[in-house]
Design a protein around this ligand. Structure first.
Ligand SMILES: NC(=O)c1ccc[n+]([C@@H]2O[C@H](COP(=O)([O-])OP(=O)(O)OC[C@H]3O[C@@H](n4cnc5c(N)ncnc54)[C@H](O)[C@@H]3O)[C@@H](O)[C@H]2O)c1
Length: 257
C-alpha cells in the first residue's frame, strides 16, 4: 500500500495546460512537472510558452509546447490529436487560459462581452469536450478548471460583469461535467483564486483598485501564482481520488464575508 506522499506523485502522467505560458498556468505547469508529470502547454502566445518550457526542462522536467487558441475548435481538435498521437493519452487537463476586460456594463461593446465569454467559457468547454472524449476512451482523467472567486462574489471597485458571469458559468459547468463523467472515472474540479499577482492584475495593482483589493482581503496581500501549485497537484493526483465537482477557493480569505 502506498503512503500518502506517493499518492501526490504524477510520474508517467500526461498533463495538458492551456494558458500555461505565464502567470497561474505557468506556475501550475511547473508544479505538476515537479510532481513528475509530462507537461504539454497549449497557449496562443508562443514566446512566453517557450520560455516556460525551457524553465521546466532546465529543472529536469519534461515539457512540450503546442500553439493553439482555445476559442478555435480547429486548434483544440488538432492539439488534442497531436498530444494523443505523440504521448498516447491525456491524464490531466488544466483549463487556465482566460482574459478580463474591465468595462462598465452600459459602455461595453459586443466584442468586449463576446471575447471574455468566448475565451473563459466557450474555449474551456471546447477543451473539456475534446479531452473528455479521450478520457472517456481511457476510462480515466482529472480535469481542473481555473474559475475564480468572481464566480461567487462581485469584485469591487473595477467593473467586470462579463468576467464574473463567465466564471460563474465555469464553476457550474465544472459541477455539471463532474456529474456526467463520474461514471467514466473522470473527475472534474475547479480552483477559484482570489487576487493573484500576474499580468492579468498588473494594471489594477498599480492603481487605487489594488489598494481596495488588499484592504478587502483578510490576509492583507495578494497571492502568488505559486500558491496555487499545491492544490493543482492534489487535484491532478490520486490524493484527491474521491474529490469531484468541488470548487476550491484560494483567496487569502476574501470570500469569508
Ligand atoms: N490573476 C488573478 O488574480 C486571477 C484570479 C482568479 C482567476 N484567475 C484566472 O486564472 C487564469 C490565468 O490568469 P493569469 O492571471 O495567470 O493571466 P495571464 O494573463 O497572466 O495568463 C493567461 C495566459 O492565457 C493565455 N491565453 C489567453 N487567451 C488564450 C486563448 N484564447 N487561447 C490560448 N491561450 C490563451 C495567455 O497567452 C497567457 O499565457 C485565468 O483563467 C484567470 O481568469 C486569475
Amino acid at each position: 500500500m502506498s503512503n500518502v506522499i506517493d499518492t501526490f506523485r504524477l510520474v508517467g502522467k500526461m498533463a495538458l495546460i492551456t494558458g500555461g505560458g505565464r502567470g497561474i498556468g505557468k506556475a501550475i505547469s511547473v508544479a505538476l512537472a515537479e510532481a513528475g508529470a509530462t507537461i504539454i502547454i497549449m497557449d496562443k502566445d508562443e514566446v512566453s510558452a517557450r520560455n516556460a518550457i525551457y524553465e521546466i526542462q532546465g529543472n529536469g522536467g519534461s515539457a512540450f509546447f503546442l500553439k493553439g487558441d482555445v476559442t478555435s475548435n480547429k486548434d483544440v481538435i488538432e492539439v488534442v490529436k497531436q498530444v494523443v498521437k505523440q504521448l498516447g493519452r491525456i491524464d490531466v487537463l488544466v483549463n487556465d487560459a482566460g482574459i478580463v476586460r474591465n468595462v462598465k456594463a452600459e459602455e461595453m461593446s459586443w466584442s468586449d462581452w463576446f471575447d471574455v465569454i468566448n475565451v473563459n467559457l466557450n474555449g474551456l468547454f471546447l477543451m473539456c469536450q475534446q479531452v473528455g472524449r479521450q478520457m472517456i476512451k481511457q476510462k480515466n482523467g482529472s480535469i481542473i478548471n481555473i474559475s475564480s472567486m468572481s464566480a461567487n462574489i462581485v469584485n469591487w471597485p473595477q467593473p467586470q460583469c462579463s468576467y464574473n458571469a463567465a466564471k460563474a458559468a465555469v464553476s457550474h459547468l465544472t459541477k455539471s461535467l463532474a456529474m456526467e463523467w463520474a461514471m467514466h472515472n473522470i473527475r472534474v474540479n475547479a480552483i477559484a483564486p482570489g487576487y493573484i499577482s500576474t499580468e492579468l492584475t498588473k494594471y489594477g495593482l498599480t492603481t487605487e483598485w489594488g489598494k481596495t483589493w488588499i484592504d478587502l482581503t483578510p490576509q492583507k496581500r495578494v497571492g502568488t501564482p505559486e500558491e496555487l501549485g499545491g492544490l493543482a497537484v492534489y487535484l491532478a493526483s490520486e490524493a484527491s481520488s474521491y474529490v469531484t465537482g468541488s470548487i476550491i477557493v484560494i483567496d487569502g480569505g476574501y470570500s469569508i464575508v
